[in-house]
Design a protein around this ligand. Sequence first.
Ligand SMILES: Nc1nc2c(ncn2[C@@H]2O[C@H](COP(=O)(O)O[C@H]3[C@@H](O)[C@H](n4cnc5c(=O)[nH]c(N)nc54)O[C@@H]3COP(=O)(O)O)[C@@H](O)[C@H]2O)c(=O)[nH]1
Length: 894
Amino acid sequence: MATKSSRQVSEAPESANLAALAKLATASYETLERDLRATIATLEGQALRFETAVDNISQGICFFDADERLILCNRRYAEIYRIAPEQLRPGLMLADIVELRVAAGTSAMAADGYLALARSVNSANHSRVWSNELTDGRTIQICHQPMADGSWVATHEDITELIANRQIVDERISLQTLIDWVPDYLWVKDTQSRFVVVNRALAADSGREKTSDMIGLTDFDLHAPELARTFHAVEQNVLRSGRPMVDEEEFVVDASGSGKWLSSTKVPLRNAQNEIFGLVGIAHDITARKQADVLRDGQAQILEMIAMSAPLEEVLTRLMRLVESQLTGIFGSVLLLDKDGVHLRHGAAPNLAKDYTSAIDGVAIGPKTGSCGTAVYRRAPVIVTDIMQDPLWEDYRELASPYGYRSCWSTPILSHQGAVLGVFAMYSMTVRGPVEAETRLIDFTTRIAGIAIERKLAEDQIHFMANHDVLTGLPNRALLEDRLSQAVLYAQRYDRWVTVLFIDLDNFKLVNDTLGHNAGDELLKIVAGRMVECVRATDTVVRLGGDEFVIVLFDQPANADLISETLQKIRAAIAEPVHLGEHRLRATASIGIANYPKDGTDPDMLLANADAAMYRAKEFGRDNFQFYAPEFNIRTQEKFVLQEELRNGLAHSEFTLLYQPQVDLRSGRIFAVEALIRWKHPMRGMVAPDAFIPTAEETGLIVPIGDWVLHEACRQNKEWQDAGLPPMTVCVNVSARQFREKNLIGRVVDALSASGLEARYLEVEVTESLIMQDIDVAVATMNALQNLGVQISIDDFGTGYSSLSALKTFPVARLKIDKSFINDLATDENDQAVASAVISLGQKLNLRVIAEGVETDDQVAFLRENNCDEMQGYHFSKPISAQDIEKLLGGPKD
Ligand SMILES: Nc1nc2c(ncn2[C@@H]2O[C@H](COP(=O)(O)O[C@H]3[C@@H](O)[C@H](n4cnc5c(=O)[nH]c(N)nc54)O[C@@H]3COP(=O)(O)O)[C@@H](O)[C@H]2O)c(=O)[nH]1
């Protein structure tokens, strides 16, 4: 568009030429005309180029003079304001142009406002740029340049699109900035699971420098194929189904090789038409929480294992694996302090090199023994950050170096009482100390390890106590069964023998009672130790309880002679003198022997038969042994039959009493009778008490039998008195079993009141050994009897172990010298010594002394010479019936 006409342009040069012509008349008209035309042509060319150039500028341009008249504008200006180009002729006033813009709907404001703005800008004498938003929505940027003469030139540029683009760019940039701040992974993928948008966290952990490096990649470019396939399948499912995946846990391995747990959410993205065009994902790193969960679950599991008594090595191995699962490049180890207190034994180290753990198994503790030995020695943690440099490892670094262990942090494991149980160590392949998390784990691990070890020690202790005798430390009955079973199985397999020795110490009860329980315990310990010394390590010495022991001789040759050798060795060891305080005594034992397979093929039978043999040995007297013989069982059966017959006998009144007179040695007067039981057996005839009293004792039948004796003896004595015979005492034997009965006093009272006999005419005979079984109880019972008025005598005196000091406290009236000292009284100096000692003792204690079993004149003479008070025996009378007693005493007085 050329809005300036050629005519107008040529007017000024033409008048100048004419003036020149007038002044220069002599000049050549043609020359001048030619020059003039050339000048015009040049100017016209310049004008055309100027117009063409102005018209082709992408911005609108306008020039106004100082009177606001348009000098020039280009085509773009007309286009911007949607004004026909021809309307914008030079000389047109700015106000008219503004009106045209208002009319075209391309004004930013009302005409007046715009004119005021333009004038204000123009008066400022410097350029200014501003934007107008036109009523049609476009934005025009105006650059106004005022001239010195008041004219101006302005450019107008439509920046609508630019602004829109800029907004997009701005939005995009701020979104990226925003998501880059998020520490979680954020991404958008298209329908083919290609990354479209990712944040910096995801890009960085995927090994990409810039987020844009991720665009277009898929999970197959980032992860192992299997993991990538899983992610792809999950995302395709979200895209296909339109259902979001919310907070699913996923495990990934990042570019550094570290495993991570993520909680991921993947939500489909929809466009305006509700079509899915991709998905947005967010994943939160929950590794720390997962580790805490693993730690907590692991801890619970380990505590459960401890509670369920899982083997210690399993517990510690699980613990070490748990520790290692929480850390990278750390190997855990537990060493246990040996019973000797100076060596460390392997506990658990599942991921340390096996050769290394073997090499340090048994390492001693000390001031310079690596990290572990030193930590236990110091009872304090030892952190060695560089094994290769630390002097503590000087003697051990050759062990560690082949495996690349560079640092080792050891912490002693302590019990609740503060005793060292072992040591926990963490090995790292790098030179460093523990970080805070590792220190926390060390605390946690040593605590749990301590609980596990302590629990195991407690269990071992309980197990030991359940299977061992506390006093002697020997295995007990529970362990005996197991050991004997093992021995029998071995013997079966290898055609060998097993020998079972059933050992019962003789008179142990007396030692216990006379010298005290401590002395008794000491004796048991000494004897137990001696027996253990006599047998091999494979044999088992067991204490069953009390003074009963069993020895199982394992893997025996089928030769009774060899067994006898061991047996004699054991007997000799037991018989070695024992010093208990100031006392020196010699223990003996009764031993029963049973052999597998001859005497039994199972443990129970072997034990029962050895027991039967031991009883047999006892029957033969003290310090004896007996090999089992089948007839011992016949004897057992016989005992059973006897027991049944005794019950019947009691029910059918088959018992009767004989009475043996007791005579005053000085006057010859009968002052008492001893009631002695007999059994009128329907088949066997009259049975003596020795044949059934022991069985009655064993079975407890002695209690009702003894009751009957008491009642019958009292009744008979009262009957004699009522018949007018001179009053005398009836002596009744009371056995140990009867004496221990709690209501003995009540039974005596019953017998007295049932018969009407005065208590002073009843005497109870108790044996010395019975009293010594439990002196305190015996004295209490005797006192109670004495309080009733009943007399008490000590039977079989001289055979037991009564101490003189104890004897003084017994509320007894008489001592009865045992028959065994009377038998050879005439010839045996020892018996004479005992008898005379008992007589003088009685005198000193103001007790009457009676000799029993007196058969000969010599015996009577000795007793008289030694001032014995009384006697009982065949010399005067055998035990006789009640009627014969009446006759002996001269018959009833009518
Ligand atoms: N618990 C009970 N025990 C009782 C009862 N009756 C008897 N016995 C005890 O049985 C043992 C054996 O008694 P027994 O066969 O009656 O023998 C007694 C006398 O007969 C016997 N004795 C008496 N004098 C002589 C003699 O000169 N020579 C000789 N060889 N034997 C003689 O001594 C037995 C009496 O002993 P002890 O009781 O120690 O005085 C025996 O231990 C009885 O105690 C009963 O009812 N209950």
